[in-house]
Design a protein around this ligand. Structure first.
Ligand SMILES: [Zn+2]
Length: 116
């Protein structure tokens, strides 16, 4: 379960940010993840709770938001958002099926921190 190591690095980043801003209690953190980053939100939620159990972050609310997948067509260079099949992403403009460039959908980052 790689959510455990993701949660661990999240906690690390959060703790650094809190130190930097001299706050001690985390209220809420919002994380955005791409559709193909292979993250299971429920698993990340659980991992986050486990990882923060003995830290000042304990009890903070973790919001997880999905970022849609955006690809740029190899042929016509237009951007589109593939819906279902991630192996064959057919371009809605020119029907090209392979070799598209993924512009977003793979990332994972902290979007917002609320602390006091
Ligand atoms: Zn195209």
């Amino acid at each position: 379960m790689h959510e455990m190591s993701i949660a661990q690095s999240l906690v690390g980043i959060i703790e650094q940010e809190m130190l930097k801003h001299e706050v001690t209690r985390l209220i809420r953190v919002r994380v955005k993840y791409g559709r193909i980053s292979a993250i299971v939100p429920e698993a990340l939620q659980t991992a986050f709770q486990v990882m923060t159990m003995d830290t000042p972050i304990k009890g903070a609310k973790l919001e997880i938001e999905e970022i849609p997948l955006v690809a740029r067509c190899r042929e016509c260079k237009k951007e589109f958002s593939p819906e279902d099949d991630l192996l064959i992403m057919t371009c809605p403009y020119c029907d090209a099926e392979f070799g598209h460039e993924i512009i977003s959908g793979k990332e994972l980052f902290i979007d917002e921190l609320e602390a006091e």
